[in-house]
Design a protein around this ligand. Structure first.
Ligand SMILES: Nc1nc2c(ncn2[C@@H]2O[C@H](COP(=O)(O)OP(=O)(O)O)[C@@H](O)[C@H]2O)c(=O)[nH]1
Ligand SMILES: [Mg+2]
Length: 696
C-alpha cells in the first residue's frame, strides 16, 4: 500500500496492512451538503499524511480525490473514494487512517449510503458560512439510521462571515447538546485550540469554550460509575480519565465531537487528526452484526468477513471490488466465499487504492478497505468470507430511481455496444437501473436525478467509447372499449386453385373485473366448426395487439364470438385468423374505444413553504391530490399523476424547492386519457406510423 511501508510476517498477528494493530486504526467517512468542503479537507489530509506531495484542490482541478474526468469537468465529487495512510500522532504513535470522501449532490446519495457501511465513524461536514443545509440534514438522518458513532467538522473558518459558534449553536439546536466542540478557533481566527488539552489555559475571553469544557468533562464522567462519583464529589478528573470518558462517549453516541478547520490555511487539521486518534473508536470498539443480529468477531485472528461496498470499472484502476474488512485477516491467495451468492471467488492480489494510485498489500484486517481485482460474481452489498465459514451481513437499502430516460445510440455502430456499456455503469451503481421496455421497444435508464443520468452517459462515452443520447421515454399507452360493439368480417378469396374462406361475427365489451375469461365461444349449431375456434382466438389476439385508436395494445375487453360461416374446402386456420382479426377491429371501432395511460402514485416530501407551488404544479400535471401529512418535519403530499407528466419531475421539483424536496413514484393503474390530451397522442401515433411506412 503506502509505498515503502514494511510488512510483518504472518504469526505476528493482530496487525493491519500498515503494521498497525487494529486497535490503532481509525476509519471514518465524510459526508455533507455539496460544497461544504469535504474534498478540500480530504486533499489536505492526504497532504498531511504524505500521500500527496502537493496540496491539490477540487476547484483548480488538481484534487487527488476528485481525480476522474467526470469529476474534474464538473468540479464536484461524484464517486465515494477511500484513502489509506499513516498518521504519526503527537504522542509518537503510528495511527492507521482510512478516510472516505463522498459526493454531496443528492443524485449520488447511493454512494453516501454505501460508504457509511465501510466506516466506523460518520463525519458530517458543515460550512461555517452556510451552516446546516438540506444535504446536512439528509446525511445526518442516514447516519442516525445506521446508528454509527458520529463527529462533525465545521470547515471554512477562515472565510469572511464565517461564524463558528453560531454554526455550533445551530447544530446543537438541530441535533442536540450531545454535539459539542472539542476544538475552536482562537478569537482572531489565526489558530485552533484543543479545548480539553488547553483546559485552564483557555483564554478568559473564550467564555463559550470554557462553558463547553465543563460540558465535555460532564459527558466524559457520565460514561463510567467511578468517574461520575469522582465528578459529583467535586474532584478533578485527570486528563487521561477525561480522554477515556470522551472516547467511550463517542463510541456509544453520547458525544458527537465538533471540530473546526480551514483546509486551505492548514488550520485545525493537526487538531482534527489528533482528535480522530484520541476520540474515534477503533474497528474493535464498534460491534458489528450479521443478518440475523449475531455479533461478528472483528479481531485479526477471527475468520475473515468483509463487506463489498463498491465496485469500480475505471480506466485508472481497472475492474476492482472494494471490500471493507469487518473481521479476520484477508490475504491475497486462494479462494474465498461470496456468502451472499454462495459462490467461490479466487484471489490473486489485494491492493490499496488511493485515488489513481494503487499498490499491492499482503494482508488486510478490520477497518481496512482493500480492493480485489477481477472478481467474477461479486456485486455491491455482497458479503465475502473465509472458506468453510458463512456469515452474511445485512444489505443496504438504496432509494428507488425516479428519473427515467430513453437511451439511444448516436451511430449505428454504437447500437450494438450500448447494452454492454450500460450494464457496466449499472454494475457500479446500485441506484442506476437499465430496462428494456418491450412494449415501447425502448432501452430505459433510470436513476436518482437528471445529473445522475448525464454522468452515466459521460461514463459510457469515456469508458466504453459509446456515444448515446437521452430523450424522454415513450409512454406505454393502452387501449380499451367503453361500450358494446358488434363486428363482422368475411374473408373470401377465390383466385385459381384452392380458395380461402372464413366468416366471423363477434361482440366486444368492457371486461368485468371479476370475469376471468376474456374470450367466449358462443357459437351454436357449428356455424364455425370447433377445430377453427383456436384460430379465431389467435386472430382476435392479433387484432388486440394494435387497437383502433392509435395502434396501442388493447386490454380489459371481453370478446364473444357468436356466429360465422365456413366452406367445406376453402376454410382454413389462416382464413379464420384473418377474419377474426378484422372482425375484432370492426367491433372495437364501434365500442367507443378509448386510450389508457399509466397513472403513478407519487409521494413528495417538501418543506412547508413550497406546498402551494407543488400542489399547483401537480394539478397542472393532471394530478389528483390524495392526501397531505407531516413526516420528520417535512410535508408529505400523496397524489396520483399520469406518468407522461412525470418524466422531468426530478429536475422540476429540484427547481421549485431549491433542492429541498424529494419524491418517489410507483405504478398504480391504467386510466382513461382525457379526450383533449388523447387527440394529440393519436395524431403523434399516426405521424409515427406514416414515418415508419415511408422508411420501409
Ligand atoms: N476559504 C475556504 N474555502 C474552502 C474551504 N474548504 C473548501 N473551500 C472551498 O469550497 C469549495 C467547495 O469545496 P469542496 O471541497 O469541493 O466541497 P465538497 O463538495 O464538500 O467536496 C471549493 O472552492 C473550496 O476551495 C475552507 O476551509 N476555507
Ligand atoms: Mg467533494
Amino acid at each position: 500500500m503506502v509505498a515503502g511501508v514494511s510488512r510483518k510476517k504472518d504469526g505476528e498477528g493482530g496487525t493491519c496492512m500498515n503494521d498497525i494493530p487494529v486497535a490503532d486504526v481509525r476509519n471514518f467517512v465524510l459526508a455533507g451538503h455539496t460544497g461544504s468542503g469535504k474534498t478540500t479537507l480530504v486533499d489536505a489530509i492526504l497532504f498531511k499524511l504524505g500521500l500527496n506531495d502537493r496540496l491539490g484542490s477540487p476547484a483548480s482541478g488538481t484534487s487527488a480525490a476528485d481525480y476522474t474526468d467526470e469529476e474534474r469537468s464538473r468540479k464536484i465529487t461524484l464517486f465515494a473514494k477511500p484513502f489509506t495512510g499513516v498518521y504519526q500522532s503527537a504522542a509518537g504513535k503510528k495511527i492507521g487512517i482510512v478516510v472516505t470522501d463522498t459526493p454531496g449532490y443528492m443524485d449520488f446519495f447511493g454512494q453516501v449510503l454505501s460508504a457509511t457501511r465501510a466506516a466506523e465513524t460518520a463525519v458530517l461536514v458543515v460550512d461555517a458560512v452556510a451552516g446546516l443545509q438540506v444535504g446536512s440534514y439528509k446525511v445526518w438522518k442516514c447516519f442516525e439510521k445506521a446508528k454509527m458513532p458520529r463527529a462533525i467538522v465545521i470547515t471554512g473558518i477562515d472565510k469572511e462571515n464565517a461564524d463558528f459558534w453560531k454554526t455550533v449553536e445551530q447544530i446543537r439546536g438541530a441535533f442536540g447538546a450531545k454535539c459539542a466542540p472539542v476544538t475552536a478557533p482562537s478569537d482572531d481566527c489565526k489558530k485552533v485550540v484543543d479545548i480539553v488539552a488547553s483546559g485552564s489555559s483557555l483564554p478568559a475571553s473564550s467564555s463559550k469554550a470554557r462553558e463547553i469544557l465543563g460540558t465535555l468533562v460532564e459527558i466524559a464522567a457520565e460514561t463510567n460509575d467511578a468517574l461520575i462519583e469522582k465528578y459529583l464529589n467535586g474532584e478533578q478528573l485527570s486528563a487521561d480519565e477525561i480522554a477515556e470518558g470522551l472516547r467511550a462517549a463517542v463510541a456509544r453516541g453520547t458525544l458527537v465531537p465538533i471540530f473546526c478547520v480551514s483546509a486551505p490555511k492548514d488550520l485545525g487539521l493537526t487538531e482534527l487528526l489528533e482528535g480522530v486518534t484520541a476520540l474515534f473508536p477503533s474497528p474493535l470498539a464498534v460491534k458489528k452484526f450479521d443478518l440475523e443480529g449475531k455479533d461478528v468477531r472483528t479481531e485479526a485472528d477471527a475468520p475473515f468477513v468483509g463487506f463489498v461496498w463498491r465496485v469500480v470499472n475505471d480506466p485508472f484502476i481497472g475492474q476492482m471490488t472494494f471490500v471493507r474488512v469487518i473481521g479476520g485477516t484477508l490475504t491475497p491467495e486462494g479462494e474465498i466465499l461470496n456468502a451472499s451468492k454462495d459462490q467461490k471467488e479466487r484471489l490473486s492480489s489485494l491492493v490499496v487504492v488511493n485515488g489513481r494510485k494503487s499498490s499491492p498489500v499482503e494482508r488486510a484486517t478490520a477497518g481496512d478497505i482493500v480492493a480485489i481485482p477481477k472478481l467474477k460474481a461479486t456485486s455491491v452489498c455482497d458479503t465475502l468470507c473465509a472458506l468453510g465459514t458463512k456469515t452474511i451481513l445485512p444489505r443496504l437499502e438504496f432509494p428507488q430511481p425516479v428519473a427515467i430516460m430513453c437511451v439511444t445510440a448516436k451511430t449505428q455502430a454504437d447500437e450494438d455496444k450500448i447494452g454492454v456499456a450500460l450494464n457496466r455503469v449499472a454494475e457500479e451503481d446500485p441506484t442506476l437501473k437499465v430496462e428494456r421496455n418491450r412494449e415501447t421497444k425502448q432501452t430505459l435508464l433510470a436513476g436518482l436525478g437528471d445529473v445522475h443520468l448525464d454522468v452515466a452517459v459521460e461514463m459510457m462515452r469515456n469508458r466504453s467509447k459509446v456515444d448515446v443520447t437521452l430523450s424522454l421515454p415513450k409512454v406505454a399507452y393502452r387501449e380499451t372499449v367503453t361500450a358494446l360493439g358488434e363486428g363482422h368480417y368475411k374473408h373470401k378469396k377465390q383466385t385459381g386453385g384452392r380458395g380461402q374462406y372464413g366468416e366471423v361475427y363477434l361482440k366486444v365489451q368492457p371486461k368485468a373485473k371479476d370475469d376471468e375469461e376474456w374470450f367466449e365461444d358462443a357459437i351454436v349449431g357449428g356455424a364455425i366448426p370447433g377445430n377453427f375456434i383456436p384460430a379465431v382466438q389467435k386472430g382476435v389476439l392479433e387484432g388486440m395487439a394494435s387497437g383502433t385508436v392509435a395502434g396501442y395494445p388493447v386490454q380489459d375487453v371481453k370478446v364473444i364470438v357468436y356466429d360465422g360461416s365456413y366452406h367445406e374446402v376453402d376454410s382454413s386456420e389462416i382464413a379464420f385468423k384473418i377474419a377474426a382479426s378484422r372482425a375484432f377491429r370492426d367491433a372495437m371501432g364501434k365500442a367507443r374505444p378509448v386510450l389508457l395511460e399509466p397513472i403513478m402514485t407519487v409521494k413528495v416530501w417538501t418543506p412547508e413553504a413550497f406546498m402551494g407551488e407543488i400542489n399547483g404544479d401537480l394539478n397542472h400535471k393532471r394530478g389528483r391530490i390524495l392526501g397531505m401529512d407531516t413526516e420528520d418535519g417535512m410535508q408529505v403530499i400523496t397524489a396520483e399523476v399520469p406518468q407522461a407528466e412525470l418524466f422531468r419531475y426530478a429536475a422540476e421539483l429540484r427547481s421549485i424547492t431549491g433542492g429541498q424536496g424529494s419524491f418517489e413514484m410507483n405504478f398504480c393503474r391504467y386510466d382513461v386519457v382525457p379526450s383533449n390530451v388523447a387527440q394529440k397522442i393519436i395524431a403523434a401515433a399516426a405521424a409515427d406510423r406514416k414515418k415508419e411506412e415511408e422508411e420501409d
